[in-house]
Design a binder for this molecule. Structure first.
Ligand SMILES: C[S@@+](CC[C@H](N)C(=O)[O-])C[C@H]1O[C@@H](n2cnc3c(N)ncnc32)[C@H](O)[C@@H]1O
Length: 251
């Protein structure tokens, strides 16, 4: 049994690398983890990728994801329970669907190394696996805004919105924010910051907004985000917040 975690990019089927396409071609079974509910559209995008590249008769197996209890106040506990359930589902899928001398691939959104539990779950299951990197949503966002993530010789910090709400990360100048359902940037309103925001980046629904972190720009993001959410039922967005460097401010 050979198992691969294959990064498939952040929404544009052309994000797939040659390595990912070759890996998909080598698979006997492709596992598509589906979340119940509106986000099924993500599974549809994965299926589109399968249709384009899995042309050797691969079996496509849906694994219905465990639902995370977001209501609980114990964040880590909720994630642990969810991961346990998820691991049991994946173990069962591998046991029932993949033959001893077959290759199975889990198609992972973006890059498997970034805010994704596939690597951790396969590690917990205790099987050998290989990781095929993918274009992450961060790279896609930077490309669409035509910005580098770092300034010359500088650092970049990647954070979920949940942590940004606790305050600006010490010493950071360039911050990439993912998984933010409640506008964590609002905590820095009035500060001299620039924002580069994008939703559904790389897909036909892509929306981009950038500019100084003023009320007008934040309002535009929120209006466009709400309209997209209304239309599609879910939203997938991230952004870069950037402080002017001292040198730039003096210019
Ligand atoms: C569970 S993480 C998965 C990240 C993924 N592994 C990656 O490499 O991009 C989901 C978060 O990624 C970001 N994201 C993923 N795809 C995106 C896209 N096409 N446009 C904007 N943000 C995206 C959003 O912040 C979303 O909340």
């Amino acid at each position: 049994m050979r198992v691969l975690a294959i990064g498939i990019g952040a929404g544009d089927p052309e994000h797939l690398t040659l390595q990912a396409i070759r890996a998909i071609g080598e698979c006997d079974v492709l596992f598509v983890v589906e979340k119940p509910g509106a986000r099924d559209e993500l599974a549809a995008l994965r299926r589109d990728i399968c249709a384009r590249h899995a042309t050797a008769g691969q079996r496509i197996v849906s694994v219905t994801d465990a639902v995370r209890d977001r209501a609980t106040p114990v964040y880590k506990g909720a994630v642990d329970t969810w991961r346990d359930e998820r691991r049991a589902l994946w173990e069962a899928a591998l046991r029932d669907e993949l033959g001893a001398d077959e290759t199975g691939g889990f198609l992972v959104w973006g890059d498997p190394a970034l805010y994704d539990s596939t690597i951790a779950i396969l590690g917990e299951i205790g099987i050998d696996f290989d990781v095929i990197p993918g274009i992450s949503s961060i790279q896609a966002l930077a490309a669409q805004h035509q910005i580098p993530l770092n300034r010359v010789g500088g650092a970049v910090l990647i954070t979920p919105g949940r942590l940004l709400r606790e305050g600006w990360p010490a010493g950071a100048t360039d911050v990439v924010v993912m998984l933010d359902a409640s506008a964590a940037y609002r905590g820095f309103a009035g500060e001299e910051l620039e924002i580069f925001w994008g939703a559904y980046v790389g897909t036909p629904d892509e929306v981009l907004v950038s500019g100084p972190l003023t009320e007008a720009v934040m309002g535009e993001i929120e209006e466009k985000r709400a309209a997209a959410r209304e239309r599609k039922g879910w939203v997938m967005d991230s952004y870069v917040l950037r402080r002017p460097l001292e040198a730039e401010r003096d210019e």
